[in-house]
Structures are given as structure tokens and as C-alpha cells.
Design a protein around this ligand. Structure first.
Ligand code: UD1
Length: 369
């Protein structure tokens, strides 16, 4: 079985890493298995900074990509078109049985479109999530990818329900669990030896971990300056660790919004995977608009405030430690968290570190092996 595994942007790398590990293990342990799975990695280059890409390959021990499309940043249409144009010849050369895409970034949708039109089967890992908010580019990517995919691998039961409601036949859907948690549990030991807290001079349970990059939060001058003001207010009581995404930094500069001069507000470069896990585990609470961090804080049972009107990951609220917040409600929500326990919520079903095995079994099963 020939498989092309696609990754393009930062949140993809921790999703492909455990799967690659699983494929390598199968190869080394079972040379005599009846079906060999030959995989190649495609990096679209949607993210390209060392801190947004190569660092994750190194930390997560992902082999170097077999194909690097190096598309870089541009508008949605140009980026999607560039990925499609450069991915088509890869499909022609390799002629894979499956293209496996993860998550909801432009690379996910672009490669799905190419493969589907070439008659190559597509497996979508992290299928079925819906924010029901089409102003988010990711929601469009999810809808297109899931409409075309042949195998829909879901992280939670709400995702299965969404897909069935959209008319996807049950036979195409497999509830495999959350692949992010495979990466997380596989790196706990390394995370414990990470020195980021000491490096930044913060203590466990006494700081807030902030990450923000969604266009809805950072692409408007008024919204972004109000959010920065709210964060400054929190920094009067607690240290803030705020690794800044390149999009956010670019917008702060463009809008001429100053962030320096506050001792407790530590604005740093984007952190690596292990550092981010350590910050999520040890923060008093997290303020974010990231999808993955909503899931990681749920696993760590760290209170999380998601600065968005909705989430495509409702299980992080119904079972986990996540709550939605908005700029006018942050202060009250923060006070509520600080009055409550340090760890809250529970871990959803099949967020158990075994998802990559279930993905591989589903792929083999769907191929008739
Ligand atoms: C993308 C994903 C988003 C995901 C996020 C995680 C889409 C539509 N969006 O958003 O779902 O949550 O990644 O990070 O696919 N830039 C750099 N260096 C890089 C990459 C980007 O400086 O390595 C800058 C560029 O100025 C670029 C901007 O960041 O224009 C935005 O990058 P882009 O990939 O378009 O979207 P993200 O906001 O990163």
C-alpha cells in the first residue's frame, strides 16, 4: 500500500509524527506482514520559519520530507492554487493508493482536491469537526475536505454526528480518537525535562500562557488593541507568557500597537512543541484561540479560556477544561477561574495515546486488507 502523508503548517506536525512512528515500527517489527505500507512525506511549505516548521521536525523526530513544495505565504487563493499545482506532479510520480491529510489548514484542502480529481483515495485525520462559522477559513477547509474524503477518521463522537448529519455514509467514518494525544503522551518524559519555566523566570501555577493568531482576533486594529489591553490588566496580578505567532507580530507592527515595558508581560518568539506542552501543563490558566491548545489543556486538565465565539471542539467544553470567552467577558471569566480548583474536567474517550494504531488499522481495513 502506497501512502502520501501531507503536512504543511505548524499544527500538522504533531499530528503526523505518531503516525510515522507507527508506520516505522510496523515495518521494523513485522518484516513478514502480508501488506507492506510504503509512505512518503510531503511538506507543502505553508509554514517555513525555523520556529514554525523545522524545529517541530527535529523535536518530534519526523524524517525529512520526501517532497518539499516550498509554497510559502500568500493570499488564500494563491496559496491553495500553488499547493495544488505543485502537488499534482507528486501524485503523478508516486501514484499512491491513499493521500492522508490532517487537520484543517489550506494544505489539507488543497491536497484533498488534487487527489480526489486524480481518483486517489483520501483519508482525513481529524474529520468531522465543525464550528458552524464559515467566516473561519478553517471551516471551509473542513467542509471541502470532508465532502471529498473516502475515509473520515474522527477524534470525538460529536464529529461522527456532524458527518452523519451531512449525509456521509457511516461506513466511511471511523472514530479513532485524538492523534494529538499520541504525540503528547509520547513526549511527556521529554516535556518534564524542559527548562522553559526557569528560563522565563515563572513558577508553576503562577502564570498565564497566552497564544493568539486567528484573523478574527488579530487582523483588526480595534480588536487587537483591546485584547492587548485586557492582557495587560491580567498581568497586574499574574505573569503572562505570550509566545507570538508571526501573523500576530506582523499585525501589531502594522497597527503600531506597543507591547513592551510591562515586566510581567513576557512576549517571546514562538516556542517549540515541548515548551508549549510544559507551559500548558503548568500555567494557572491558558488564554488562547488555538485549536490544538484547547485539546492539550483538556488532557492536562488546565483551565483554558478560548477567545472565540465558537469552537469546533465542543468536547473540550462538555468534558474538558475549556470555556469560551470574549473581550468584554475576560475579566469575569478570569476571576471565576482563579476562585476555582487548579485542575478541572476530564479526558474524553479515546484520547488515550493509541490513535495512530487505530488509524493504520482503519486504512488497511478500508483498503480491503
Ligand atoms: C495557519 C492556518 C490556521 C492554523 C495556523 C497555525 C490556514 C487557513 N490557517 O494560519 O488554521 O491555526 O496556521 O499557525 O491554513 N508567517 C511567517 N512564517 C511562517 C508562516 C507564516 O512569518 O513560517 C506569516 C506570514 O506573514 C503569513 C502569516 O504568518 O502571511 C500567516 O500565515 P498563514 O499560513 O497564511 O496562516 P496562519 O495564520 O499561520
Amino acid at each position: 500500500m502506497k501512502l502520501l502523508v501531507i503536512a504543511g503548517a505548524r499544527p500538522n506536525f504533531m499530528k503526523i509524527a505518531p503516525l510515522i512512528r507507527c508506520l516505522n515500527k510496523r515495518k521494523s517489527e513485522n518484516d513478514d506482514v502480508s501488506v507492506s505500507v510504503d509512505y512518503r512525506i510531503v511538506h507543502t511549505g505553508q509554514h517555513y520559519d525555523q520556529a514554525m516548521s523545522q524545529r517541530f521536525f527535529d523535536e518530534l523526530q519526523i524524517p525529512a520530507p520526501d517532497f518539499d513544495l516550498a509554497v510559502g505565504s500568500s493570499s488564500h487563493a494563491s496559496q491553495t492554487a500553488n499547493i495544488m499545482t505543485k502537488f499534482e506532479p507528486v501524485c503523478e510520480e508516486v501514484r499512491p493508493d491513499w493521500v492522508l491529510v490532517v487537520g484543517d489548514v489550506n494544505s489539507t484542502m488543497a491536497c484533498t482536491l488534487v487527489a480526489s480529481k486524480m481518483g486517489i483515495k483520501v483519508a482525513h485525520l481529524e474529520a468531522g469537526l465543525r464550528s458552524f462559522d464559515r467566516s473561519m477559513p478553517e471551516e471551509i477547509n473542513r467542509l471541502v475536505t470532508d465532502a471529498l474524503a473516502d475515509l473520515l477518521l474522527t477524534p470525538s463522537q460529536d464529529a461522527d454526528e456532524n458527518l452523519k448529519r451531512e449525509g456521509v455514509p457511516a461506513a466511511k467514518i471511523r472514530f479513532v480518537g485524538n492523534i494529538m494525544i499520541d504525540s503528547l503522551t509520547g513526549n511527556l518524559e521529554k516535556m518534564h525535562s524542559c527548562t522553559i519555566l526557569d528560563d522565563l523566570g515563572v513558577k508553576p501555577g503562577e502564570f498565564v500562557y497566552v497564544t493568539l493568531h486567528r484573523p478574527g482576533n488579530v487582523d483588526s486594529s480595534t480588536v487587537l488593541s483591546t485584547i492587548i489591553e485586557r492582557i495587560r490588566q491580567i498581568s497586574e496580578h499574574l505573569d503572562i507568557v505570550f509566545p507570538m505567532h508571526p501573523r500576530t507580530r506582523k499585525m501589531l507592527t502594522q497597527f503600531n500597537i506597543g507591547v513592551n515595558g510591562h515586566r510581567a508581560l513576557k512576549i517571546v518568539e514562538p516556542v517549540g512543541y515541548l515548551e508549549s506542552l510544559s507551559l500548558s501543563d503548568n500555567a494557572r490558566f491558558v488564554l488562547t484561540d488555538s485549536g490544538g491548545i484547547q485539546e492539550e489543556t483538556t488532557f492536562f486538565r488546565t483551565p483554558c479560556l478560548t477567545l472565540r465565539p465558537n469552537t469546533e471542539r465542543p468536547v473540550t467544553i462538555s468534558l474538558g477544561s475549556n470555556r469560551l470567552t470574549h473581550i468584554d467577558g475576560i475579566s469575569v471569566d478570569v476571576q471565576n477561574i482563579l476562585r476555582g480548583p487548579i485542575k478541572i474536567g476530564s479526558v474524553p474517550p479515546l484520547w488515550d495515546g493509541q490513535t495512530s494504531d487505530r488509524v493504520l488499522s482503519s486504512l488497511l481495513d478500508a483498503s480491503g486488507f
